[in-house]
Design a protein around this ligand. Structure first.
Ligand code: AMP
Length: 125
């Protein structure tokens, strides 16, 4: 079910459980502010999720409430994950769903990183 991005943070969401180590993930990268892991249901040859470690429901929540250090750390982590995966030259797509119309399903901010083939038009028409 799509997330209402205005809801309070639910610490039982699946990414909160991954951050606490209660559920495994295929980790790609971790630092003080961020964790990156492979999507369980990949939509492209490379499909990585990058999440902030802080408890933020959505891009709106994060951009409004996170500290400068958290925001800088997270943005740098997304770039580093792509760079370290060798994706700068071939290219990649970033996507963050936020709220009902976007079909956000997990209520913890995550940026999808897609790559590994020509990705086609940005949205289904
Ligand atoms: P969204 O629709 O933007 O909220 O995307 C949620 C993403 O989380 C989907 O691409 C799912 O395949 C992915 N996902 C859900 N559970 C897990 C999990 N346990 N490990 C890795 N990815 C997951």
């Amino acid at each position: 079910m799509a997330v209402d991005a205005t809801q309070p943070y639910d610490d039982q969401n699946i990414f909160a459980k991954i951050l606490r180590g209660e559920i495994p993930c295929r980790k790609v990268y971790e630092d003080d502010f961020s964790l990156a892991f492979h999507d369980i249901n990949p939509q492209a040859p490379t499909h990585i999720l990058v999440i902030p470690k802080g408890a933020y429901v959505s891009w709106d929540d994060f951009s409004g409430k996170a500290s400068e250090a958290e925001i800088a750390g997270f943005i740098r982590a997304v770039g580093k994950v792509a760079r370290d995966a060798g994706l700068v030259a071939p290219g990649y797509r970033l996507l963050a769903n936020a709220g009902t119309d976007s079909h956000q399903e997990v209520p913890h901010l995550h940026v999808h990183l897609f790559a590994g083939r020509p990705l086609g038009p940005m949205l289904v028409r």
